[in-house]
Design a protein around this ligand. Structure first.
Ligand code: COA
Length: 261
């Protein structure tokens, strides 16, 4: 019996598909440090299990994730640690280094790490209502999870700059046009479709699939690890600026005051 021991991250295994479900709907699936740890541990567990061939990451209906819990951006937080056991860094490295294919099924919103983690996934299926967003500059921050290097490689410099510098929301349709997701589906269908593709992948010879994935990533994996670490240093420095702190506090105060601000 699989148990993540995390109330907000669910592990399950069915037909060789190991599913990681983010489940904190009251906070739009915002990620807390223990959730990063559980996601990283789930990836590593799935990679080590013989009866798991494919990993599926999903959220709840109408919400993949709103990204890092912004309360963690206030002074003296996890994000300022620089050691290798910083939870967000553990997840980023795990995503980059996971050997088994990762399928993502997203709906609602994929903000911040919700979008940057997709750059490490192999197949991505989105519901038509979904939007992606990399709001780092709007928060006074910078790209993370290797996105400063992976995104321009995936979609070209100008499009990456549009997403990473302007930080606008990107509709599922536009994400498809940019090549960021494989297929856009009606809300009732996106998860079943992703599960079906994950099962198809899981039915193929595992060694062949994993070797193919390793070859696809052979020129980027080491470089991406270094980029992740470098980005986190810049991110932590920006997080300490009064500008970033003010933006984060205004979001938190808006929530605390019933979103009237
Ligand atoms: N961190 C912490 N709490 C978050 C959150 C986040 N990233 N995203 C949403 N929440 C919380 C809200 O504070 C609110 O909590 P409350 O009910 O206790 O007040 C609850 O989730 C619902 O969010 P709300 O803002 O009311 O929903 P919405 O549909 O109006 O807007 C978002 C949803 C995601 C667009 C908006 O909450 C948002 O912009 N969140 C911040 C996203 C972000 O900047 N992430 C960091 C990326 S690096």
């Amino acid at each position: 019996m699989l148990n993540s021991q995390d109330p907000h991250i669910e592990y399950s295994l069915k037909n060789k598909v190991f599913t990681l479900k983010i489940d904190r709907p009251d906070k739009k699936n915002a990620l807390l440090p223990h959730m990063y740890r559980s996601l990283a541990a789930g990836l590593s567990l799935a990679d080590s299990m013989e009866d798991a061939a494919v990993i599926l990451i999903t959220g709840v209906d109408n919400c993949f994730t709103s990204g890092n819990d912004v309360n963690g951006f206030i002074a003296a937080t996890d994000s300022k640690e620089s050691s290798d056991d910083q939870p967000s860094k553990m997840l980023m490295h795990a995503l980059n280094e996971t050997q088994k294919p990762i399928v993502a099924a997203i709906s609602g919103m994929a903000i911040g790490i919700g979008t940057t983690l997709l750059m490490h996934c192999d197949l991505i299926y989105a519901s038509e209502d979904c939007f992606l967003q990399l709001p780092f500059t709007r928060l006074g921050l910078c790209p993370e999870a290797g996105s400063s290097s992976l995104l321009p490689k995936q979609i070209g410099h100008q499009r990456a700059a549009e997403l990473l510098l302007l930080g606008d929301r990107v509709s599922a349709e536009k994400a498809y046009e940019y090549g960021l997701v494989n297929k856009v589906l009606p809300q009732p269908d996106y998860l079943n479709y992703a599960r079906q593709k994950a099962s198809e992948l899981a039915a193929l010879p595992s060694k062949s699939v994993q070797t193919s994935k390793r070859l696809l990533k052979q020129t980027t994996i080491t470089e991406t690890r270094a980029v992740i670490d470098k980005e986190l240093i810049e991110f932590a420095a920006l997080l300490e600026t009064p500008e970033a702190q003010e933006i984060v506090k205004s979001f938190i105060n808006r929530s605390a005051s019933g979103k009237s601000g």
